[in-house]
Design a protein around this ligand. Structure first.
Ligand SMILES: Nc1nc2c(ncn2[C@@H]2O[C@H](COP(=O)(O)OP(=O)(O)O)[C@@H](O)[C@H]2O)c(=O)[nH]1
Ligand SMILES: [Mg+2]
Length: 380
């Protein structure tokens, strides 16, 4: 039997922890859970690679679950505009790689077939992938021959329309109406899974969802401690066990806890070491299966997190993970500070999976639902 553990750090051996868990089977609710000890907090903070600007514990020791809700409504509109500006700013390297290169390429030149060949190369270098770049360029040739694209600006507008259409083809986001709705998050180490889960928890909390996190990356203690820091920041309960525990047992208990405590959104973190190794894939399959055993249809959404800075490698990662667990969508992280943002287009074109969110930084607000128009606008 696995254990529920809200805000508490397990450091004892498995047996002790399991006994404790049985003793504390009646789980404290998030609202009456004790505040984290400062010791737990320091340890967790250290593992978070200094990504947490203001962990709440010392300044604000009392969990205050309703405190987030009043923020939601007044926050939504101003954020939308501000976020677009922020996205445009954070995509500056990708924009420079794509839009800047086109400007240099077209300066004082006739838009002809030869120029299109060079543009194709630019797009490949910008990580759109050979297949996608070729098909976008082929789409432009007719217009160029008919001399409809007279200058660089017209060429950019046509290319932007082509990219928007590629980005808009993917399937829509899965419905999140179920209660509880279970999201399983997968991806290789370091792509940003745990950070993304923290941001998602924040995002959904602002929409009034009652989130619960499941720390199924039990490979290292630091992994669940990092998730716990996020749980505290977003004021969501977390189910975790000691390092080395069976991830599928934590997954089972997470759904169980959500059902018992009336939480309506469960987000499951998973391990990501060595995606080429069969055992990780087997572990993910088992977590997937066990979630479904506890709640029919769960997980209702499997999100693959990909790191934009890996460029085309992201595509092969997606294919591998999709063989193990059926993916419903992509979260593309670290689009800030990379010139490889063009991989968004390759992913949309080659994987037939919707890009649901993009990560634009390490902060709690640096996650945005993906919007093809906004994105295309930001890179041109
Ligand atoms: N710049 C940037 N860094 C990110 C983003 N998402 C995650 N990170 C950082 O990537 C590193 C690895 O993230 P983590 O969530 O631990 O990855 P995991 O191993 O997949 O769980 C951390 O330092 C994060 O702060 C993002 O969108 N932008
Ligand atoms: Mg992690």
């Amino acid at each position: 039997m696995a254990l529920f553990n809200f805000w508490k750090k397990k450091s004892g051996p498995a047996e002790t922890a399991a006994e404790e868990s049985l003793a504390s089977e009646a789980m404290p609710s998030a609202t009456d859970a004790p505040p984290p000890s400062s010791e737990t907090h320091e340890a967790a903070e250290a593992t978070e690679a200094a990504t947490s600007p203001e962990p709440a514990a010392s300044a604000d020791p009392e969990p205050a679950p309703v405190a987030q809700e009043p923020e939601a409504a007044p926050d939504q509109e101003p954020r939308k505009k501000g976020f677009f500006a922020r996205m445009a700013e954070r995509l500056s390297k990708t924009r420079e790689r794509i839009s800047g290169s086109i400007d240099r390429l077209t300066l004082g030149r006739k838009i002809d077939d030869e120029l299109l060949d060079e543009l194709e190369e630019v797009l490949v270098t910008a990580d759109l992938g050979v297949k996608t770049a070729t098909s976008l360029i082929e789409g432009l040739r007719g217009q160029v021959r008919r001399q409809e694209l007279k200058d660089g600006e017209a060429l950019k507008r046509a290319l932007r329309a082509g990219i928007e259409s590629v980005l808009s083809q993917a399937a829509p986001a899965p419905s999140r109406e179920r209660n509880p709705h279970v999201i399983m998050v997968v991806g290789v180490n370091g792509v940003g899974k745990t950070t993304t889960i923290g941001k998602l928890a924040h995002y959904f909390s602002l929409q009034g969802r009652k989130v619960l996190l499941g720390a199924c990356d039990t490979f290292r203690a630091a992994a669940s401690e990092q998730l716990e820091v996020w749980a505290q920041r977003v004021n969501a309960p977390i189910v975790r066990q000691q390092a080395g525990a069976d991830p599928s047992a934590v997954a089972f208990d997470s759904v169980e806890a959500a059902l018992n405590r009336g939480r309506d959104l469960v987000i499951i973190d998973t391990a990501g070491r060595l995606h080429t190794k069969v055992n990780l894939m087997d572990e993910l399959k088992k977590v997937h299966r066990v979630l479904g055993k506890r709640l029919e249809g769960a997980p209702h959404e499997v999100l693959l997190v990909l790191d934009a800075t890996t460029g085309q490698n992201a595509i092969s990662q997606a294919k591998l993970f999709n063989q193990a667990v059926p993916l419903d969508g992509i979260v593309l992280t670290k689009l800030d500070g990379t010139a490889k943002g063009g991989v968004v287009v390759a992913i949309a074109a080659e994987l037939n999976l919707p890009i649901l969110f993009v990560g634009l930084g390490e902060g709690i607000d640096d996650l945005k639902p993906f919007d093809p128009q906004d994105f295309a606008a930001a890179i041109f």
